[in-house]
Design a protein around this ligand. Structure first.
Ligand SMILES: Nc1nc2c(ncn2[C@@H]2O[C@H](COP(=O)(O)OP(=O)(O)OP(=O)(O)O)[C@@H](O)[C@H]2O)c(=O)[nH]1
Length: 231
């Protein structure tokens, strides 16, 4: 079975949310990139994603899986991110997606760990090697990846130092940020801006924006094509 668009929806984050209404004008030309947010369970992947999209932190996110679309303007480029906040799973899930297929879908990656959870940090090198092996075979360009140490507000429970995070990122040629999705919007913004800066123009698809319907159609097209390819 191929890759399918996640269908589950949160009542808290319907497309009516003002932040999700920031969509391209009907005629604007947009660059687009697919971002996969990965990491161990409970590290704050949804909190970070939702913070970036809505500026809000709601505490509990449930067992939800979405692809969100959101524009950022960085260095004069307006990029429409399609952000997949994915569960930590090697297995194929009931909606037919596996981590490998999600990696194929993505152009760029946000790898999240919790500064209070050593195991969530330790799994990152292997995950990043896996991503690089999968993506760098396709092109000689560097894969845009940022590593994020989340839950910075819980400093009394810290078990991974900032230095360790920074060194890991340096050794794997990734960006690095330490943030608290719970405490501030700024950190989440920096993460996605930092990622945008690492994406070369050649990795961005130039698409004609047609509002939220167009985005959904575009994503459906991607998934339909992948599904067909994998049959
Ligand atoms: N103190 C603190 N708690 C956080 C922070 N970010 C997330 N949390 C909490 O950590 C828990 C997990 O957050 P989620 O965003 O659901 O984490 P996730 O990685 O998406 O979790 P999975 O659904 O298991 O993949 C929730 O109780 C959040 O409220 C943070 O920066 N600081």
């Amino acid at each position: 079975m191929g890759l399918r668009l996640p269908l589950r929806r949160s009542t808290s984050f319907t497309p009516d949310h003002p932040a999700l209404m920031e969509v391209p004008s009907p005629t604007a030309l947009k660059m687009e990139a697919n971002v996969l947010v990965m990491g161990a369970d409970n590290v704050g992947k949804s909190a970070l994603t939702v913070r970036f999209l809505t500026r809000r932190f709601i505490g509990e996110y449930g067992d939800m899986e979405f692809i969100y679309s959101h524009s950022v303007t960085v260095d004069g480029r307006e990029i429409l991110f399609h952000i997949w906040d994915a569960p930590n799973s090697q297995e194929q899930t009931e909606d037919g997606s596996s981590e490998e297929k999600r990696i194929q879908w993505a152009d760029s990656f946000v790898l999240v760990y919790s500064i209070c959870d050593r195991a969530s940090f330790n799994i990152l090198p292997l995950k990043i090697q896996f991503i690089k092996a999968a993506k760098e075979g396709q092109s000689q360009e560097k894969v845009p990846i940022v590593i994020v140490g989340n839950k910075r507000d819980l400093h009394h429970q810290r078990v991974v130092s900032s230095e360790e995070g920074r060194l890991l990122a340096l050794s794997l040629d990734c960006g690095f940020y330490e943030v608290s999705a719970a405490e501030a919007y700024h950190g989440a913004l920096m993460v996605f801006h930092g990622l945008a800066k690492r994406i070369p123009d050649t990795k961005l698809a130039l698409k004609k924006g047609t509002g939220i319907r167009g985005i959904v159609k575009t994503m459906s097209a991607v998934f339909t094509r992948k599904r067909t390819d994998s049959l």
